[in-house]
Design a protein around this ligand. Structure first.
Ligand SMILES: Nc1ncnc2c1ncn2[C@@H]1O[C@H](COP(=O)(O)OP(=O)(O)O)[C@@H](O)[C@H]1O
Ligand SMILES: [Mg+2]
Length: 248
């Protein structure tokens, strides 16, 4: 179980403190899949970053499996089993795709490249590619997702996995995120896509750094359908004909 208790976040920009998250209270239970949705700038990625330890919380606590991990850094949290696939994955110059995947699978003693196949990249073509600017945004995004699949942490946070990904890969992606979820893991997918909102147990809607609504998919989806459609149009990078996939 992962709990955020009275969590707040302020960022300092040019000596001004900007409030980003306000008194967030939320519990993610093992075995459940969650969708975190809401307009651009509502704080979804920031919440994920605080959970992962990338941003230090300004107030409140992060509790994981009964332990207060608020003061732990990203490496310590990763060791405990929390993983985050960035909205915009970083590139690692000088590293190959297979190096990253092998690192991710370090303690699992198995071939790591099959995860590339799972997210629609041919292992033979991609495993020796450098993790640099020669990879397209969509390729990089899929490699980032493959890394989280290879790590198989207890808590998996996917930040807008659909961004920059073509429709065929998107379908495959949804399948693999769903099928790799296990009874003792927590999956949180930050997304605006109806297909993703459809496959989760709970939807959490954020607005202006707060949680505006949360509940089962059947309870929340009818209430947010219209506004989710607008958000999708604004932020989704799919081609025009692929907007047919967007919620209406
Ligand atoms: N490092 C940062 N410095 C300053 N402001 C930030 C930083 N990270 C996020 N923000 C601001 O926090 C707000 C929430 O951002 P974010 O969590 O990325 O939103 P979302 O993921 O919901 O689109 C935005 O107004 C964004 O500009
Ligand atoms: Mg974001």
């Amino acid at each position: 179980m992962l709990s955020l208790k009275n969590l707040s976040l302020e960022m300092e920009v040019e000596e001004l403190k900007i409030p980003i998250l306000h008194d967030i209270n939320i519990t993610f239970e093992a075995g459940k899949m969650y969708a975190l949705t809401g307009p651009n700038g509502s704080g979804k990625s920031s919440l994920a970053r605080v959970a992962m330890g990338i941003y230090p919380a300004t107030g409140g606590q992060v509790i994981f499996e009964g332990k207060d991990i608020t003061s732990l850094n990203i490496t310590e949290r990763a060791r405990m089993g929390i993983g985050y696939a960035f909205q915009q994955p970083p590139r690692f110059k000088g590293m190959l795709v297979e190096d990253l995947l092998d690192l991710a699978m370090k303690e699992k003693n198995g071939p790591s490249c099959h995860v590339l196949h799972e997210i629609g990249l041919c292992p033979d073509e991609y495993r020796t590619r450098a993790l640099d600017n020669s990879l397209s945004g969509g390729e990089m995004k899929r490699i980032e997702i493959a890394t989280l699949l290879a790590m198989a942490p207890k808590v998996r946070i996917f930040d807008e996995p659909e961004a920059g990904i073509d429709l065929w890969s998107f379908r495959q992606l949804i399948e693999v995120i769903g099928s790799s979820h296990s009874a003792d893991s927590i999956t949180v997918v930050i997304s605006h896509q109806e297909k993703i909102l459809n496959m989760v147990d709970e939807i959490i809607l954020m607005r202006d750094g707060t949680i505006e609504m949360r509940g089962s998919r059947d309870e929340i989806w009818p209430q947010i359908k219209e506004s989710a459609s607008c958000t999708c149009r604004q932020s989704c990078t799919l081609e025009d004909e692929q907007y047919a996939e967007c919620p209406r």
